[in-house]
Design a protein around this ligand. Structure first.
Ligand SMILES: Cc1cc2nc3c(=O)[nH]c(=O)nc-3n(C[C@H](O)[C@H](O)[C@H](O)COP(=O)(O)OP(=O)(O)OC[C@H]3O[C@@H](n4cnc5c(N)ncnc54)[C@H](O)[C@@H]3O)c2cc1C
Length: 549
């Protein structure tokens, strides 16, 4: 084993909080090591609803959470303007019987006042104020809604690609001097005399084991946190909650629609790029976080809720069922969706592990503020003087001078829709990616009809975005994740990645199988009818094709 490298802080976990904290610590001049046991965003962050919202649901019980998330949402827009997209939601008004009763009208009025109060927070995140829609206006905007609705109120929110958000934070941390290792699992905390001294880790791909030394370890391992900290004798109280989402093969609504599930819990259907997302369940989860899969009844629960307002959705092809674990603060008694979304930092000093700091709870939408607070605490634990945080003003990679996609399409060899997709995902870096096409026109090939992934984008991600496995490209540029499940793009992407990374033909084959398996895990519970036929097509296409070596 090589001599242990020395750092000020070792950050565990490549979700939004781990990558955000690694970035902040590196920007404030600390020597940082970030370890992620798989790839950026594979936990709750990438499997969240991806909303950089204020959490209107929490306004009554956790006003602080709403205010913090709205303020941070405004900052996230400033540092990654290309990566956010507006999602206007409709909250339709229904009546129980043929005629609207006084009770129905009172409920609609209460909703309108509630959303009107949320409007007070909207300027923090450049949100538009709500509007009351008549039934006629509602059906003009969203004709697919079931008949008989009485109107609606609008609600303005923002969405993000959370996988890219995590990757960009990690890339920025690296650009500020951090060492970043993916597919590297922290196995053990090293401690002496009640103080943390570092971490023993293992590279999951090569089997290499090593040690790194630091007086502070920041545990941002999400739902894995309690079990990981327990190995060091530290308790991290948490009540993990499983949330399932479905992706449908096309847009079934033009706007986000907020609706009630069969048990009255709030859920939504929203358009996302060329697809729709239905979400989400919220149930206590006591299993292994590594063994998380959607079940048939969770899928039926979501589809039943979605069909209650959008009946046509029953004919949809579900292309993925994906899930994550909320890392909610522990409380005995409340239903899952009533649990607080506040966050807390636990200091291991009380339990003989001084220097081990763990984060529980919080929101994706306030990851930056949570990371700022964690970094303040890390500086204090190190006995360093305070250094001002700059993560709310310094853009993430690509977040500066974001080009206009149409101008880019005129200037460089690319069709306008492909340029728009590239700019959305890469911001100003889209220009560098298109320069690759100028140098080698073959890289102008569009690999996937669903997602318009350019060969040049794959090459760029492999060269510059810490890609170690083919499946990392699912998260960097959506290889194999669209409605075609990889039938178009997976093999070509494997070929490009293999060439860039010097993989043998056997390794290319193994990576391709692993990529298809990752997709299979998200489809197992939804396979029937058209989806089963698509599955056969994908398997057949890859079995019949030669790996190009
Ligand atoms: C279904 C669902 C929907 C949600 N929707 C929203 C939303 O729309 N908006 C919002 O603001 N919030 C939302 N949230 C909450 C939000 O996703 C989380 O608060 C946030 O993503 C937590 O990020 P994290 O970095 O703490 O954890 P995670 O993203 O879970 O990251 C933990 C990481 O640690 C890694 N890890 C684990 N063990 C080790 C180890 N030993 N060594 C190295 N690495 C390790 C894991 O692989 C993982 O990548 C949602 C959550 C869920 C589950």
């Amino acid at each position: 084993m090589a001599a242990a490298a020395e750092y000020d802080v070792i950050v565990l976990g490549g979700g939004a909080n781990g990558t955000g904290t690694a970035r902040d610590c590196a920007m404030r001049g600390l020597r940082v090591l970030l370890l992620e046991k798989a790839d950026f965003g594979v936990g709750a962050s990438g499997n969240s609803s991806g909303m950089i919202h204020g959490g209107i649901r929490y306004m009554l019980s956790d006003r602080k959470v709403t205010a913090l998330a709205c303020r941070d949402s405004g900052y996230i827009q400033r540092i990654a303007p290309h990566l956010l997209f507006r999602i206007p939601f409709l909250m339709p008004f229904a009546s129980r019987g043929e005629e609207a009763t006084l009770r129905d009208r009172a409920a609609w009025y209460a909703t309108e006042v509630y959303v009107g109060t949320y409007d007070l927070f909207q300027p923090l995140k450049r949100g538009k104020p709500s509007t009351r829609l008549s039934a006629e206006e509602l059906y003009r905007l969203e004709p697919a809604l079931r008949p008989g609705l009485r109107g609606a109120v609008t609600l303005d929110e923002w969405g993000i690609d959370a996988f890219r958000l995590c990757a960009l934070n990690a890339l920025s941390a690296r650009a500020h001097g951090a060492d970043v290792r993916t597919w590297t699992e922290a196995r053990e905390i090293l401690a002496e005399g009640g103080r943390v001294r570092g971490v023993r880790f293992r590279d999951v791909l090569t089997g290499e084991v090593g040690e790194a030394r630091a007086p502070v370890v920041f545990n941002a391992t999400g739902a894995w946190s309690p079990a990981f900290a327990r190995r060091s004798g530290v308790s991290v109280p948490m009540r993990p909650g499983k949330g399932v989402h479905l992706t449908l093969d096309r847009r079934y609504s033009s706007y986000g629609v907020i609706l009630s599930a069969v048990d009255g819990r709030q859920m939504f259907v929203m358009p996302h790029e060329s697809e729709s997302i239905v979400g989400t369940t919220d149930d206590d989860y006591y299993g292994d976080p590594d063994d998380l899969e959607a079940t048939n009844d969770e899928i039926e629960y979501l589809m039943e809720g979605a069909a209650s307002l959008l009946p046509g959705i029953r004919g949809a092809r579900i292309t993925r069922a994906w899930c994550g674990l909320r890392t909610t603060l522990y409380a005995y008694g409340p239903n899952e969706d009533a649990l607080s979304r506040e966050h807390q930092l636990y200091d291991g000093a009380r339990e003989g592990a001084a220097g081990l700091l763990s984060l529980v709870g919080g929101k994706l939408a306030s990851y930056r503020a949570q990371s700022e607070e964690a970094t303040d605490r890390i500086l204090a634990l190190l006995g360093r003087p305070p250094v001002a945080c700059r993560t709310h003003e310094e853009p993430l990679p690509g977040g500066d001078a974001v080009p206009d996609p149409e101008a880019l399409a005129r200037e460089l060899p690319v069709a306008a829709p492909v340029a728009a997709r590239l700019v959305y995902r890469h911001g100003s870096v889209a220009r560098d990616i298109l320069r690759l096409v100028e140098e080698d026109p073959r890289l102008g090939l569009v690999l996937c009809r669903d997602e318009a992934i350019l060969a040049a984008e794959v090459v760029h991600c492999v060269r510059h975005e810490l890609v170690r496995r083919l499946q990392d490209l699912r998260r960097r540029c959506r290889v194999g994740i669209g409605a075609c499940a990889g039938v178009d793009c997976a093999r070509l992407a494997a070929q490009l990645a293999g060439r860039e990374l010097g993989w043998s033909p056997e390794r290319v084959r193994a990576e391709l199988a692993d990529l298809l398996d990752a997709g299979w895990r998200e489809r197992r519970a939804i396979l029937d009818g058209a989806q089963l036929a698509q599955e056969e097509l994908v398997r057949g296409a890859h079995a019949a094709a030669e790996v190009p070596w």
